[in-house]
Write a protein that binds this ligand. Structure first.
Ligand SMILES: [Zn+2]
Length: 458
């Protein structure tokens, strides 16, 4: 995501790599963890969801089924489902008078535990251990009430935004379970790519942009049934409201569906369509063709900044927006996944660097990174940052500066080839800092260790 306008960098000041051994290095010893499956599991999730909305898209109820495979060597005994829609600091478990926005009930396929992590995590014990390679499924009723705030899971006037609203399967890997908190800025989400089939029954007066390819048919009188299908995505978002719409096709054949509220200036709509079409084609050439065929640009004036979801981005739009940044996230977080809580630089830094490359020219980067303290590092988790501005300085700008310096070390053509291969090697998968460092080092005979040390990429 982004919450401030990302400036176009103008002045070049990349220094030669300098050795700088931070004291934090000593604290990077891997903490022993309990035996855990090394392969991220459960994988190959398949979501089958049917939801019906009220008159204005504020409340959605229905049934959700998630099937999955155990890809770990050890039997899978339970799954964690994340209810990120309850993650906002003002919501959590709610009160009797104001319950949490997302609730599940009538769980089948396993035994549910009480919710944890401020009602954002639901453990479901499977009836018997699931062997490696076997599939199972859980299902539950789901109720989603859109909170009354300007937010990616919130509203703007008559428009409803349902980002991070749908419960998602969490991951167990070498680090164990992922029960990370929502820190209130940036993203804590970590999911594996899978398939979604989401059927939304809504009043015909509401336009409903959504992740995936959507087919609409008439439902009950006055209602429309929109069926969205997506493959190779790690989340599903939608919106509902009296949006204005326009569709264009990029020169390389990607469909861009614009949806905007009446408050969005015409210049902003035109900017997003033009820049969006150019960016999705350019990033497709650089990182591998955009695989989903279409993308929805959901424009508003109320939500802070922009937010990326597979095949759908929310864009706070005036005369311009962060459209390139959010489209770059289609590759860096979406197609090439990462643990956004533990290694946010792999999505925010790469999306920022991608926009710098697209804009061209030089970038303003300090000769030496300006760390808040000795323990700071590029590869720290979300909850190590004091606030959003510190987070952005390191994980957006600092990481993009590290990648720009890597580009000047490798050469621009070599950097582009390396990134394209790196994307191909992790397409619809998950990458780590170690994976990226290996990929970069394989592209040059120069020792990159000093560069990693300088930028505290451990
Ligand atoms: Zn971002």
């Amino acid at each position: 995501m982004t919450s401030i306008r990302l400036w176009r960098p103008v002045v070049g000041a990349l220094a030669a790599a300098a050795l700088l051994v931070p004291q934090a290095a000593a604290a990077q010893d891997p903490t022993p963890v309990a035996p855990a499956p090394a392969a991220a599991t459960p994988d190959r999730p398949s979501y089958d969801v049917r939801l019906r909305s009220d008159a204005d898209g504020s409340h959605w109820t229905g049934r959700q089924t998630i099937s999955f495979r155990n890809s770990a060597r050890t039997p899978l005994r339970f799954v964690d489902v994340r209810l990120w829609g309850n993650g906002h600091p003002d919501d959590g478990c709610g009160t009797p008078a104001k319950p949490s926005p997302v609730s599940v009930s009538r769980v089948k396929g396993g035994t549910p535990h009480p919710l944890t992590v401020r009602c954002s995590a639901l453990r479901i014990d499977l009836p018997k251990p699931l062997p490696r390679g076997a599939r199972a499924s859980v299902s539950f009723d789901v109720s989603i009430a859109v909170p009354d705030r300007a937010h990616r899971f919130g509203r703007d006037g008559a428009h409803r935004f349902l980002g991070n609203a749908l419960p998602l399967l969490s991951v167990q890997d070498a680090k164990g379970r992922h029960l990370d908190p929502d820190v209130g800025f940036g993203e804590s989400f970590y999911t594996l790519a899978g398939d979604f089939r989401v059927v939304l029954d809504h009043p015909s007066g509401l336009k409903v942009p959504a992740t995936g390819t959507t087919v609409r048919r008439a439902g009950a009188p006055g209602r429309t049934v929109s069926t969205s299908v997506a493959h190779g995505v790690r989340d599903f978002a939608w919106a509902a409201g009296p949006f204005r719409t326009k569709t264009i096709t990029s020169p390389d054949g990607i469909t861009l569906n614009a949806y905007w509220t009446a408050a969005v200036p015409a210049e902003g709509v035109a900017y997003n369509l033009k820049e969006g079409a150019e960016a999705i084609d350019e990033f497709g050439k650089r990182f591998g063709r955009y695989p989903y065929g279409e993308i929805d640009l959901v424009m508003n004036t109320a939500l802070e900044g922009g937010m990326e979801f597979p095949g759908l981005v929310y864009l706070q739009t005036q005369e311009d927006s962060a459209v390139e940044h959010e489209i770059a996230h289609q590759w860096w977080y979406g197609i090439v996944g990462n643990d956004q809580f533990s290694e946010p630089w792999l999505d925010e830094g790469f999306a920022t660097y991608a926009t710098w490359v697209r804009w061209g020219g030089d970038h303003f980067c300090p000769e030496e990174p300006d760390w808040p303290d000795d323990a700071s590092a590029m590869t720290r988790p979300m909850d190590s940052y004091a606030n959003r501005s510190e987070f952005m300085k390191i994980v957006y700008t600092g990481a993009a500066c590290a990648l720009a310096e890597l580009e000047s070390t490798l050469g621009s053509q070599e950097m582009a080839a390396m990134l394209k291969k790196y994307a191909r090697d992790h397409w619809f998968g998950v990458s780590t800092t170690a994976d990226f460092k290996r990929a970069a080092q394989a592209a040059t005979t120069k020792d990159l260790a000093p560069l990693w040390e300088k930028h505290r990429i451990y």
